[in-house]
Design a protein around this ligand. Sequence first.
Ligand code: HEC
Length: 125
Amino acid sequence: MRLLQYAVVAVLLFASATIAQTPDPAQRQAEAAAVTAEQQEEETVLAEGEGRSEVFGYCTACHNTALIRRSAFTRERWDELMDWMTEKHEMNPIEGEFRDTIVDYLARHYGPRTRGPRGGNPFLN
Ligand code: HEC
């Protein structure tokens, strides 16, 4: 009967060693989160200039900067967009100097005339 006991212990040891090598769901989730964090944007994806931190900080709460970077709006349209985002998408209203800083930044760096001679093709700019 001793032999059988040894056999049971051996099987259990083997089984626990196998389980230990399989990452548990929490660990896999943590690894996935780390990968996602690496893919997150840095402020420097936006054009350098006054107002960049404000725009990055405020505008990436709901979406990344791709929507901003692919847009080429006049100052007026950017300004309207602030209200549209508030009315349609429940963005907290931006007002006063803070709004000027943001809209000025957007119009200066993501305006129709800052697109250059290639017509704003994002793959060429
Ligand atoms: C409260 C959430 C929220 C915040 C904060 C926010 N947006 Fe948006 N924005 C949205 C949603 C939702 C859409 C629509 C997304 C879609 O169509 O996929 C959108 C769309 C846009 C678009 C595309 C508009 C178009 O017609 O192509 C631009 C540009 C944009 N946002 C810029 C900004 C800027 C600049 C800021 C910062 C001032 C900002 N967003 C802050 C929610 C937000």
